[in-house]
Design a protein around this ligand. Structure first.
Ligand code: GTP
Ligand code: MG
Length: 177
């Protein structure tokens, strides 16, 4: 049996970097569930997650965290709520290079906020799309009275992913301690 203090879920759009973020952070070799991507219309990537990714990290204070990655494709949406059970929060990653990334943000927020209110947003692939403004995300959150922390990150960089995790934990501590 795996005993952990915390469970954190990575959710969000296809190709946004959920599996990559867990790979970047995990101190154990991650349990991946990649399969050939048959949904080339939605995303051109070769492989996609079809189950739950799993990795682990121990924070400086000794707390162990289980990192759970969901599949981005909505045909697996039946898994999302199950994975979120018992989690301290969700990191929603959105691919800024997606043609309708704001719609993607709205879509994943709408669904995942019903599973838990502790959410941190990471906008990824910002390096790949310099044409579209990143202000649109914060503007939409403000207009909808949503005050989830939002960062521009690269899922390949450990410090960026750690920032998301630490923000999630700090937000929880502020709310409940
Ligand atoms: N250029 C760039 N590439 C990134 C960034 N974040 C992640 N990637 C890359 O994007 C690709 C897709 O990442 P994945 O981790 O497979 O995406 P995913 O969210 O798990 O996707 P699904 O499982 O299909 O839902 C990988 O090659 C990552 O290295 C970023 O900020 N910039
Ligand atoms: Mg994945």
């Amino acid at each position: 049996m795996i005993i952990q203090k915390y469970k954190i879920v990575f959710a969000g759009s296809m190709g946004s970097g959920k599996t990559e973020a867990i790979k970047t952070l995990s101190e154990i070799s991650i349990l991946e569930t990649e399969a050939f991507n048959t949904d080339q219309e939605r995303h051109k990537k070769l492989n996609t997650t079809v189950g739950i990714d799993y990795g682990e990290i121990t924070l400086e204070d000794g707390n162990k965290i289980g990192l759970y990655g969901t599949p981005g494709q909505d045909r697996f949406d039946f898994m999302w709520g199950v994975v979120c059970q018992g989690a301290i929060g969700t990191i929603i990653l959105i691919d800024h290079s997606h043609p309708d990334s704001l719609h993607e943000l709205k879509y994943y927020i709408d669904i995942f906020k019903s599973y838990g209110e502790n959410i941190v947003i990471g906008i990824t692939h910002v390096d790949e799309n310099t044409e579209t403004s990143t202000h649109q995300y914060r503007t939409w959150l403000t207009e909808n009275n949503l005050n989830y922390p939002l960062f521009l990150v690269d899922a390949r960089l450990k410090d960026h992913v750690l920032l998301l995790i630490e923000t999630l934990i700090t937000t929880l501590e502020i709310k409940y301690l």
